[in-house]
Design a protein around this ligand. Structure first.
Ligand code: C5P
Length: 229
């Protein structure tokens, strides 16, 4: 299965974004855009990403009634988005409608299970009989079963997910750090080599690249690590 790098374009304005995109032009990359940049700069930012030949990963984490998500996914297909996130917590019906809207397009739907910011307290809050881990697995299984293309998870969960889900899917992993640099607000981090060995397909990396002086060189190094792991 594929191995790709998604650069999280977590900057606040168009000029900073364009500078990074120009630095990285020509590389085989996915660019992840979150709602901070998307809300501020609108669809124009996606046009810039596409013009430079990158794939677009729109991280909007959709979670709404099935019909609303259906229409949102139709719009993403119209706009030729490559990857779009949604919450598996939205339920089977919502996931099914998302898959129906995607139809035979090239759009890849990626489901988020339980956000890494949650702890067991959240399970109590939901009144769930499951542990957080069991719940995340159940959500991932449901999402893949109904036809979602990938699951976003920590590199430490990929192996369990791949062993437990009886169908191929794209494992997308944030929480990557290259070595001894700071972890920022990530609690447990893994190297690109570790994530790939565990079965990750798309590595999402933001701050280590964004804060680097030579982003192009660093991206090249990471791509080599990914390909050689
Ligand atoms: O800067 P850093 O490499 O930590 O960025 C990781 C990216 O992945 C951010 O855009 C963040 O929002 C996203 N993400 C995450 N953890 C999750 C889900 C998404 O860090 N569980």
């Amino acid at each position: 299965m594929e191995r790709k790098l998604a650069v999280a374009l977590d900057v606040r304005d168009k000029n900073s974004a364009l500078k990074i995109l120009d630095d990285l032009k020509g590389k085989n990359l996915i660019i992840k855009i979150g709602y901070a940049l998307f809300l501020k700069e609108g669809f124009e930012i996606i046009t810039h990403v596409k013009e430079r030949g990158f794939e677009v990963f729109l991280d909007l984490k959709l979670h709404d009634i099935p019909n609303t998500v259906y229409n949102a996914v139709l719009s993403a297909v119209d706009k030729k988005i490559d990857y779009l996130t949604l919450h598996a917590l939205g339920g089977r019906e919502m996931l099914l409608k998302a898959v129906e809207a995607k139809n035979n397009s090239k759009l890849k739907l990626l489901a988020v299970t339980v956000l890494t910011s949650h702890s067991e307290d959240y399970m109590e809050f939901l009144g769930s009989k499951y542990s957080l881990q069991q719940f995340a697995l159940k959500l991932a299984q449901t999402a893949v079963e109904v036809g979602v293309d990938g699951i976003v998870s920590s590199p430490f969960e990929v192996r369990t997910l791949k062993n437990s889900i009886g169908k191929e899917f794209l494992a997308v992993t944030p929480g990557i750090r290259l070595g001894e640099e700071k972890k920022d607000d990530q609690k447990r981090t893994a190297t690109p080599e570790f994530a790939i060995k565990e079965g990750a397909n798309i590595l999402v990396i933001g701050r280590p690249i964004l804060s680097s002086r030579n982003k192009r060189e660093l991206v090249e190094e990471i791509l080599q690590k990914i390909n050689n792991a």
